[in-house]
Design a protein around this ligand. Structure first.
Ligand SMILES: [Ca+2]
Length: 224
């Protein structure tokens, strides 16, 4: 699961590491960093060492309460509507509408025709063929941050699989790891505007992980 970068060990693991090198201090609060740095500079005896260690332990104990979710990337599930197509084929999409759950995004993209239990994860597209088939009627594709439909998602809501392409923009730059196909062939390109190398996912209603060739590298996707 190399792609699951947002979840690490417990907070105290990171903080123990932070006592080794200044470069890790960015994960601590400024006041804590200052306190630790002072300990390092002035310490040359046992008493100060104990103070320094105590400070680290205190930070480790307090951190979960101080920073409840600072290092956890919040999952968002967004929908964009295809509202037009430029002369060169680039899809014109609406501003994204985002939800805290995949079910919320599906309810929006389907105009209320696909109502999933709120706890339903994006992985349903990889596990439930009925849901996957239903979604092909209102999406060109759904792209996920992690493998197997995991993590955040972006749904491209539309019905025309005529080869138009979507540029991911900064929000999804080099981020797609798995894809659900609302069209027969989705081609993922390393550059915007269908540039660079590409990898296909094929079959309406199917879903695939990208291989290392394109995983976390796509900047545009075309829908055929
Ligand atoms: Ca990813």
């Amino acid at each position: 699961m190399e792609d699951r970068h947002s979840t690490g060990g417990p907070p105290h693991t990171t903080l123990v590491c932070s006592s080794i090198g200044p470069s890790s201090y960015e994960h601590s609060e400024p006041s804590s960093s200052k306190q630790q740095s002072t300990g390092v500079v002035t310490t040359d005896g046992g008493t100060m060492n104990r103070t320094f260690v105590t400070a680290i332990v205190m930070v480790a104990v307090l951190s979960p309460a101080i920073q409840p979710a600072a290092d956890v990337r919040e999952e968002t599930h967004c929908v964009v509507d295809v509202i037009g197509e430029r002369a060169d084929g680039e899809l014109i999409v609406s501003e994204p509408r985002c939800y805290g759950t995949f079910a919320g995004a599906m309810a929006d993209a389907s105009d209320g025709t696909l109502m999933l239990p709120a706890s339903t994860r994006g992985a349903v597209m990889f596990a439930d063929i009925d849901v996957a088939e239903a979604a092909s009627s209102f999406t060109l594709g759904i792209h996920f941050d992690y493998f197997d439909g995991g993590g955040s998602s972006i749904s491209i809501s539309g019905t025309s699989c005529s080869g138009g392409w979507w540029n991911t923009g900064t929000a999804w730059h080099d981020r797609i790891s798995s894809t659900y196909n609302g069209c027969a062939r989705l081609r993922h390109y390393t550059n915007a505007n269908m540039g660079g190398s590409f990898e296909d996912t094929k079959g309406v209603g199917t879903r695939d992980n990208l291989t290392s060739y394109l995983n976390n590298k796509a900047d545009s996707v075309s829908y055929n």
